[in-house]
Design a protein around this ligand. Sequence first.
Ligand SMILES: Cc1cc2nc3c(=O)[nH]c(=O)nc-3n(C[C@H](O)[C@H](O)[C@H](O)COP(=O)(O)OP(=O)(O)OC[C@H]3O[C@@H](n4cnc5c(N)ncnc54)[C@H](O)[C@@H]3O)c2cc1C
Length: 390
Amino acid sequence: MVGVTHWDAVVVGAGPAGSATALLLARSGARVLLLDRARFPRDKPCSEYLSPETTRLLERLGGGIIDAVAAGSHARLAGMKVVAPSGAEMIGRFDHTGKRFSFALPRTRFDAILRDAAEAAGAVVREGVKVEDLVYDRGAVGGVVAKETYRARVVVGADGLRSIVARRCGGVRTSPPRRVAFTAHVADVAGVTDVGEMHIGRTGYVGLGPIGGGVTTVALVVPVRALPNRPGFFQALEQFPGLAGRFDPRRMVRDVLTTGPFAQWSRRPVAPGGGALLVGDAADFFDPFTGQGIYSALRGADLAATAVLDTLTAGVSLDAYTRARRAAFGGKWLLERLIGLGVGWPALVERVVARLARRTDLADLLVRATGNCVPARAVLAPGVLAGLLW
Ligand SMILES: Cc1cc2nc3c(=O)[nH]c(=O)nc-3n(C[C@H](O)[C@H](O)[C@H](O)COP(=O)(O)OP(=O)(O)OC[C@H]3O[C@@H](n4cnc5c(N)ncnc54)[C@H](O)[C@@H]3O)c2cc1C
């Protein structure tokens, strides 16, 4: 394969979305080049929890991925706790038998497993290659430009939040709430259990979850407007009632990684003239609160690979991908946006958390929907939405 200069598909970005797409395409016989500007293992700002339904997607990918993830995941989450600004809290569980749980492992390990699986399936992987532009062939995208030009029948933009492929294709949109995140690994955090924690404050929120070996991933998310007066990382954590006194700053075992602003998506996940599509964060990333990004990246990879193979083998337009995404993600997008906007309103959070502390059935339902165990529409039913408030 090495030496081929004209590929069936060039996939830009070897995160979960790109590696899974490359794996599926290569396994179907396509000649695939997978490019990443980083060298693996590489880190990624994330809370590093794989929503329960992600397990099924990883099993379907095959290639020994699920076994490698299970072996590398020394923490498992059984549900999520949400703490309101007053300190009131609710807990939702993925199920009550312990069978449904979410793996939690460092992205350095998880992403390397997927990247290696793509290579084992036949994709040619080149690291340290930063894509800077697209090339066009009679109006359609026909390849990418890095230090050299790579020509392809289809380009897959899986290059994350700041995707160059998305920007070159046009149609990138942003909306409130504009938030940024600071994530760190901290050892020996007091009171960590097998339930992930989301602490909502008057300005921003914090996600907390174990990733094994006594280490906890801590993600502080704040609005861009709060940045000028931002206290230090640990000082900011101390301001949340459920977090005060739980951290020893000397136990930070990985420096803070910063990313954002979020609430960014592409109006169309397919290039206007054809020849390219977007998957994962490159296509859409609203807010990290619900922790569904890896699920969306893998589910999106499924849809993207199907669309690319239909184009390669039968000349079907990539536009089918736009419709497939809407059908697969419509409810999830709405729920994610309602929750992402809602956590910016402290009074609303207090009300919903107080309500869900009493209605554990609804708390479980909400946590299962954000964990992708049940469809988002189960929560979007008017009766359920009303039940969250009254
Ligand atoms: C604070 C925070 C917490 C989160 N917590 C969770 C969570 O607990 N669970 C969950 O499921 N999701 C979570 N997410 C979301 C999740 O991290 C993303 O949705 C997921 O990583 C998307 O995968 P991806 O493959 O689309 O992009 P990425 O994982 O970002 O991969 C993109 C790849 O593209 C490469 N790249 C970028 N530009 C170029 C270029 N020009 N040329 C070549 N390569 C390039 C990058 O090096 C990178 O390897 C969180 C996000 C944030 C910000």
